[in-house]
Design a protein around this ligand. Structure first.
Ligand code: SAH
Ligand code: SF4
Length: 448
């Protein structure tokens, strides 16, 4: 019997796609291999958002070439966003030893057919949606594809594919195509089934969930979907990402505030605190708009957590612009921030802009920014010392035998030494607060 191994790089979308890839391979009769060295089909589900991620994908394929050599007949599949980068097909043709199958994120359903073809013909087989120029019609992936769920507590649910925003630094709209929302009834049905199967949490995925439904016509929007999902019995928590600050209306905040299952965590990538840079990034909001939204959230939902993504070293970013980012961070006091060095991506508008910032300078800014964001995260976490938080237990804590880890509704990781079962909702008293975790005893165990 053949064995398969799937390796996932990048974001939650890829994690979700890998669940379907694994299930499709199992339907073909393959079984999971613990170790890639024993696999007959090796899938690398790749990320293309920064150059470093693309480089990592190719480096990994080079490493796996040795498995291919030893395990004669093993097939290597390059899946995910790197597959859709325009030069990847040429590169894969040149490097025939590395890749047998190329499959884009919207084409996963064709994987079984591609693998059969590659086994038979022993030539590069591929299904790509093609680089998007204007509105090349990527079809939405079919409904009802199988999945092999990675966790027993929380399940990803894709609510929309692609992105229409064209932030000037970003490659996602090119590799994942235009925004395509799934129908509300398909999403609701999927979540209902997950809840009936015992899942406590769903994590709704989209590049810009706040624009959900815009492409469907009609006036059904993200907050309507949340309202419908909130009724589903058995479900305890609803999370979502990513929110685009431009499309996050105050009405959405009001609805979220009124829905008991929707968590009080707002991941709102700001990218920069400088109006000049936000404009050059084509983000569609100003620093003032962003601050108004964060203030509104915090006033409406006391105790809400707000996290963000920030890019330093966008072309033309001056010391003044960078200071604007630092001051915005000090003002918003984010619970967490993912900070990135601007990576010029071929095909994106920003890669062609003048005044690219030298790498060393970008690195200096990143270090300064990360010091500030980490300090604030720790301060925010320390504010929770002595309080009691609701935790959904997700898994045993590897480092402390008997201990469990889970998350608060605000998405903070919590470790409790008092154990419990995966999927239990418990109350924990916070006695220790670090940058990445909270820790303390369980003061109230789950009720049966
Ligand atoms: N759709 C989401 C995120 C997509 S990519 C959103 O709009 O927020 C995740 C993050 O990667 C982005 O928020 C951005 O901060 C970062 N990113 C995207 N392209 C980048 C690039 N070229 N260089 C550096 N960081 C980038
Ligand atoms: Fe990229 Fe902007 Fe779309 Fe996010 S919203 S995926 S950053 S283009």
């Amino acid at each position: 019997m053949g064995r398969y191994y799937v390796e996932t790089h990048g974001c939650q979308m890829n994690e979700r796609d890998s669940e379907t890839i694994a299930a499709l391979l199992e339907q073909m009769g393959y079984v999971a291999a613990e170790d890639p060295r024993n696999a007959d089909v090796l899938v690398v589900n790749t990320c293309a958002v920064r150059e470093a991620a693309e480089r990592k994908a190719w480096a990994r394929l080079r490493e796996l070439a040795s498995v291919k050599k030893r395990n004669r007949g093993a097939l290597v599949v390059l899946a995910g966003c790197v597959a859709e980068i325009p030069h990847t097909l040429e590169k894969a043709k040149e490097l025939r030893d590395l890749v047998d199958v190329l499959v884009g994120p919207a084409e996963i359903s064709k994987l079984p057919e591609l693998i059969r073809q590659a086994e038979e013909k022993r030539e590069l087989c591929y299904a790509l949606s093609g680089p998007r120029r204007g509105r090349v019609p990527f079809g939405p992936p079919p409904e009802g594809m199988p999945r092999k769920l990675a966790s027993g507590v929380s399940a990803y649910v894709t609510i929309m594919y692609g992105c229409d925003n064209f932030c000037t630094y970003c490659v996602v709209p090119f590799v994942r195509g235009p925004q395509l929302s799934r129908k509300p009834e398909d999403i609701i049905d999927e979540v209902r089934k997950l809840a009936a199967a015992g899942y406590k949490e769903v994590f709704l995925l989209g590049q810009n969930v706040n624009a959900y439904g815009l492409d469907l016509g009609g006036d059904y929007r993200f907050h309507h979907l949340l309202r419908d999902l909130n009724h589903i019995e058995g479900l305890v928590r609803i999370r979502y990402a990513t929110s685009h600050p431009r499309d996050f209306s105050e009405e959405m905040v009001d609805v979220i505030a009124s829905l008991d299952k929707v968590c009080e965590h707002f991941h709102l990538p700001v990218q920069s605190g400088s109006n000049r840079i936000l404009k050059a990034m084509n983000r569609g909001y100003t620093r003032e708009d962003y601050i108004r939204l964060v203030d509104y959230i915090k006033a409406k939902i006391p105790g809400a957590s707000v996290t963000t993504d920030i890019i330093v070293g966008f072309p033309g970013e001056t010391e003044e612009d960078f200071k604007d980012t630092l001051s915005l961070v000090e003002y918003c006091r984010f619970d967490g921030a993912f900070t990135f060095i601007f990576s010029p991506r071929r095909g994106s508008a920003a890669a062609r802009m003048p005044d690219q910032i030298p790498y060393k300078e970008k690195q200096r800014r990143l270090e300064l920014l990360a010091d500030v964001t980490k300090r604030i995260t720790l301060e925010r976490n320390k504010q929770l010392l002595g309080s009691v938080v609701e935790v959904l237990l997700e898994e045993p804590d590897q480092r402390n035998p008997g201990a469990m880890r889970g998350r608060t509704r605000t998405n903070k990781m919590v470790v409790t030494p008092d154990g419990g079962r995966v999927g239990d909702l418990v109350l924990v008293k916070v006695e220790e607060a670090g940058t990445w975790y909270l820790k303390g005893p369980t003061v109230k165990a789950a009720e049966d």
